[in-house]
Design a protein around this ligand. Structure first.
Ligand code: C5P
Length: 407
C-alpha cells in the first residue's frame, strides 16, 4: 500500500530572524529607490531594521519613506540634535547583527577601503564588528574600473562580503553589468547567512558522492547526443553538503555552472566516463546521490571522422549505457543511496519501481518539467513506500530537505 503524506513546511527563516537587527545603509546610486522594497522585505521576514542614509541618497528617496517602512528614525547627520546624549554612530554600530549597504556605490566602497569615515554611514561601518554586505550597483564603467576591483579585493581580505551586481538595463541606458541584484535575492542572501549560523553540521566528516548534469555521447568528432539537464539540482546538493560538513566529490557532465566551493570536482563527458569516475570513488563513500541525467544510450559505433550528409535519411544504431546508480545499488555495503526519477507519466508508480530495481534508500520523484528550472516540486519515496509530497521550492532549499533525510 502506498501512503502519501503532505509535508507542511514551516517558515523557518521567520523563526530564526526574529529579534535580529539589520542596519540598512543606503548610498546615493539611482537604485536607492529600491532600498524601500528591501527595507519592507526585511521587516516582513521578521528583522528589526534601522536605516542610515548618505546625504546623496536623500536626494533620490526621502528618509520619511524609510522611516515609515522601518518604523525607526533614519540616521543621516552626525551632528543632528538628539533626544539623548548617546553617541549615535557607536550605538548603531553595536546594535547591528548585520550591516547591509544596498545600493553600495563606487564611492562608499572606495571610502571604506581607504579608511575614510567622514559621514554617518561610513563612520558606522568603520565602527561596526558585525558582518557587512555591500550590494553593488553602479554604471558599468565604474563597475569595471580597476580601482573598484582593487578596493573589493582589499575589503574581502578584511572579511567584508559583496553581493555582485546583475546584468541588465542600467539607469544610464547601457545594457550591461551594474544593476542592483533583485531585492528578493538580496534578502535571501541575508536569510541564508542567519540560517547558516543555526545549521547543525550533521554530515561532519561523511564522504558523499554526487553525480550531476547531463552526459554527452559522441556521434562523431563534432556531434553528440545529450539532454536538457543543467546540473542545478546536483550542484545545489554539492554546495549544501559542504555547508553541512561533508567531504564532497562532485562528478559532473558538461554544465555552465560554477564549481561549488570546497568540493572535489571531477569533470566527465560520457556515461562511460562517469561510470569509471564513480567506481574509483564509490567504495570509500558513506552516501551517494545519483542526480545526473545519464544518457541511457550511446552510439553503437562512434565515427572517428565527421559523418557526411547524403540525400536520404540517416539511421543510427544505439546501444545501452551502463546504469551507474543500479550498479551502485548492486555494489553497496554501508552506503546510503539516493536517486532521482524524472517521469512524464505515472510518476509515483514508476519511481517506486526504480527505487526497488536500483536498491535505493530514497528516490526523489519529479516531473520532467524540473529540467532547467530553478524550482522543483517533488515527492520523496522511501524503502517502505512512504510517499512524502513537498511543496514547490528552490533547488537550493530542496537540497537541504533531501540531506535532512540523512539525519
Ligand atoms: O532509470 P532512470 O534513468 O530514469 O533513473 C534515474 C536515476 O538513475 C537518476 O538518479 C540517475 O542519476 C540514475 N541513472 C544512472 N545511470 C544511468 C541512468 C540513470 O545512474 N545510466
Amino acid at each position: 500500500m502506498i501512503k502519501i503524506y503532505i509535508f507542511i513546511i514551516q517558515n523557518i527563516s521567520m523563526k530564526t530572524n526574529m529579534n535580529k537587527n539589520i542596519l540598512l545603509g543606503i548610498t546615493g546610486g539611482i537604485a536607492a529607490y529600491k532600498s524601500a522594497n528591501i527595507c519592507s522585505l526585511l521587516k516582513k521576514n521578521g528583522y528589526n531594521v534601522k536605516v542610515v542614509m548618505t546625504k546623496n541618497a536623500t536626494e533620490i528617496i526621502t528618509p520619511l519613506t524609510l522611516e515609515t517602512l522601518s518604523k525607526n528614525r533614519v540616521a543621516m547627520n552626525m551632528w543632528a540634535e538628539k533626544s539623548n546624549i548617546d553617541v549615535e554612530h557607536i550605538n548603531l554600530a553595536d546594535w547591528a547583527d548585520l550591516v547591509l549597504i544596498a545600493p553600495a556605490t563606487y564611492n562608499i566602497i572606495g571610502k571604506v577601503a581607504n579608511g575614510i569615515a567622514d559621514d554617518m554611514l561610513s563612520t558606522v561601518i568603520s565602527a561596526s564588528c558585525a558582518p557587512t554586505y555591500f550590494a553593488l550597483a553602479m554604471n558599468v564603467n565604474m563597475y569595471n574600473n580597476p580601482i573598484l576591483k582593487d578596493n573589493i579585493k582589499k575589503l574581502e581580505g578584511y572579511g567584508y562580503n559583496f553581493i555582485d551586481a546583475d546584468s541588465g538595463q542600467l539607469a544610464c541606458d547601457w545594457i550591461a553589468k551594474g544593476r542592483l541584484k533583485k531585492e528578493t535575492d538580496i534578502v535571501d542572501i541575508i536569510n541564508n547567512y542567519f540560517e547558516s549560523l543555526e545549521r547543525e553540521i550533521f554530515l561532519d566528516g561523511k564522504n558523499i558522492l554526487i553525480t550531476a548534469g547531463p552526459t554527452e555521447e559522441a556521434i562523431d568528432p563534432i556531434r553528440y547526443l545529450s539532454n536538457r539537464s543543467t546540473g542545478k539540482m546536483g550542484y545545489a546538493l554539492a554546495a549544501a553538503s559542504v555547508k553541512l560538513g561533508a567531504n564532497v566529490t562532485l562528478i559532473s557532465g558538461p554544465t555552465n555552472l560554477d564549481i561549488p566551493n570546497g568540493v572535489e570536482f571531477i569533470s566527465v563527458k560520457s556515461a562511460d566516463d562517469m561510470y569509471k569516475a564513480v567506481f574509483t570513488k564509490f567504495e570509500k563513500m558513506d552516501i551517494a546521490i545519483g542526480c545526473a541525467a545519464v544518457a541511457d544510450y550511446r552510439m553503437k559505433e562512434y565515427s572517428p571522422s565527421k559523418i557526411k550528409k547524403n540525400d536520404g535519411d540517416l539511421v543510427f544504431e544505439l546501444t545501452r549505457n551502463p546504469d551507474i546508480l543500479m550498479e551502485m545499488g548492486r555494489r553497496k555495503n554501508k552506503q546510503i543511496l539516493i536517486g532521482f526519477a524524472a517521469e512524464s507519466d505515472n510518476l509515483i508508480e514508476n519511481a517506486i519501481k526504480k527505487l526497488e530495481k536500483k536498491n535505493l534508500n530514497l528516490i526523489i520523484a519529479n516531473s520532467t518539467n524540473a529540467f532547467g528550472n530553478d524550482n522543483n516540486e517533488v515527492f520523496f519515496i522511501d524503502k517502505e513506500k512512504n510517499v512524502l509530497e513537498l511543496p514547490k521550492m528552490t533547488k537550493n532549499d530542496l537540497a537541504f530537505k533531501i540531506l535532512e533525510t540523512l539525519k
